[in-house]
Design a protein around this ligand. Structure first.
Ligand SMILES: NC(=O)c1ccc[n+]([C@@H]2O[C@H](COP(=O)([O-])OP(=O)(O)OC[C@H]3O[C@@H](n4cnc5c(N)ncnc54)[C@H](OP(=O)(O)O)[C@@H]3O)[C@@H](O)[C@H]2O)c1
Length: 385
């Protein structure tokens, strides 16, 4: 099995803030190192990617660590352990951390307590923890007399953690919609054939994205028409080490001999059209990043419901002239009402082009609260694994 690339699903781009906290060069370069360390952690899974660098009183790095995924030490604990294993006493050091140290007992103890116990003198963090379960670390540190500075390279931290932060802030996964279309926006020819519109480089790229997400979804139309396996495969056809949860949305049954039941991630069939309920259920399973590779019906429903956070549009220099388009009627009758996204990145992949575009406005309506009561879906949902 092959490990997936540890980068984010899309190339990173950071915006400069007009006002940055006044931080020393040493702290800023330590935060850049901490962000690079954090990016070495798995991009999938319930936990955030976090990196930590310890600086001595002269601003020299003495130890570092990062979180390698649920059940492993948090970044701060890893950095403290690395210091001690090298015979360095962390007392009086400055901890530079990409996310506010946690204040709760999970599989491991609170990181804020570990930093207090270690005698750390100061903490710089990029992003405050929005998770109500784990937040409060900065307050714990300050109460212990530790100087805490927040917002150091905050934009870079937000970019690295965007899927996780989105899921925690809104209560639903970050939704990436993949569309592979001809130049005239079609996903299949008039006779229904659709393999392959895009070329091998575009398809290989799409597989590296699959290897970085928690779950991948299609509608039952695609499940029945294409019989996809929805695995994350390497160029030579092997399986990446991480295989996302495979989700089929729709009331039609998944055939017993479907490829979706073969080797790969677990299969979850949700016979449900209410997308708020679907996303709520996936959030309860700690899905932070959902990739949707469905056909036009599901793509249109997601866009109409305004739950698409990122578009991956693989466009091939092919003209079909007829056949279904990637997106159906969104109820847009005038150009001013178009669903607009912001271009984040454009990459050439062989003959094809990938445009990554993101939601222009952040989600302001945390949901699926309206669809759930007491954390449970408001109506029963039959699931099949
Ligand atoms: N080029 C590409 O990127 C690409 C990708 C995928 C598919 N395709 C092509 O697209 C075609 C299939 O299109 P499709 O539109 O039928 O596939 P689809 O969107 O994947 O599936 C549609 C089905 O999903 C179910 N569904 C789940 N949630 C829904 C919701 N909120 N609203 C409406 N329906 C929901 C419904 O099935 P139930 O009636 O069972 O509930 C619906 O009939 C195939 O030819 C395939 O090759 C192309």
């Amino acid at each position: 099995m092959t490990k997936a690339p540890q980068g984010s699903a899309a190339p990173q781009q950071t915006a400069q803030r007009t006002v940055r906290p006044a931080v020393s060069t040493a702290v800023e370069s330590a935060m850049r190192r901490a962000l690079a360390l954090a990016a070495q952690g798995p991009p999938h899974g319930p936990n955030p990617r976090v990196g930590c660098v310890l600086l001595d009183p002269d601003g020299r790095p003495v130890a570092e660590g990062f979180h390698r995924g649920a059940g492993t030490p948090h970044a701060e604990a890893a950095a403290l352990a690395a210091a001690r294993s090298r015979g360095v006493d962390p007392r009086g050091t400055t901890a530079v951390v990409t996310l506010e140290p946690c204040a709760h007992h999970g599989r491991t103890g609170p990181c804020a307590d570990a930093l207090v116990d270690a005698g750390v003198a100061a903490v710089h963090l990029a992003v405050s923890d929005p998770n109500p379960v784990a937040a409060g670390g900065a307050a714990t540190l300050r109460a212990a007399g530790i100087e805490v500075t927040t917002g150091t390279l905050a934009d870079e931290g937000e970019e690295l953690l965007r899927h996780w932060l989105h899921a925690v802030r809104t209560g639903r996964p970050y939704v990436t919609l993949k569309l592979a279309t001809s130049l005239d926006g079609r996903v299949a020819a008039a006779d229904g054939t659709s393999r392959w519109i895009t070329g091998p480089q575009a398809r290989a790229h799409a597989h590296t994205v699959r290897a970085q997400v928690d779950a991948i979804a299609v509608g039952s139309g695609t499940a029945l028409t294409d019989d996809p396996s929805l695995t994350a495969r390497t160029i030579d056809g092997g399986l990446f080490e991480h295989q996302p949860l495979r989700v089929v949305l729709g009331r039609s049954a998944v055939p017993g001999d479907a490829r979706l039941r073969g080797p790969g991630g677990p299969l979850l069939h949700l016979p449900e059209h209410d997308l708020a309920v679907v996303l709520g259920l996936l959030a309860e399973r700690e899905v932070r990043h959902l990739l949707v590779e469905g056909g036009p019906t599901l793509a249109t429903a997601l866009l109409a419901a305004d739950v698409v956070d990122e578009l991956h549009a693989y466009v091939a220099p092919v003209l079909l002239g007829a056949g279904p388009t990637g997106v159906g009627d969104l109820g847009v009758t005038t150009i001013g009402a178009a669903a607009r996204f912001t271009t984040h990145d454009v990459t050439r992949l062989g003959d094809d082009v990938l445009m990554v575009a993101r939601r222009t406005q952040p989600v302001t309506n945390p949901q699926p609260a309206h669809a759930r009561q007491n954390g449970r879906p408001s109506r029963p949902t039959k699931e099949e694994i």
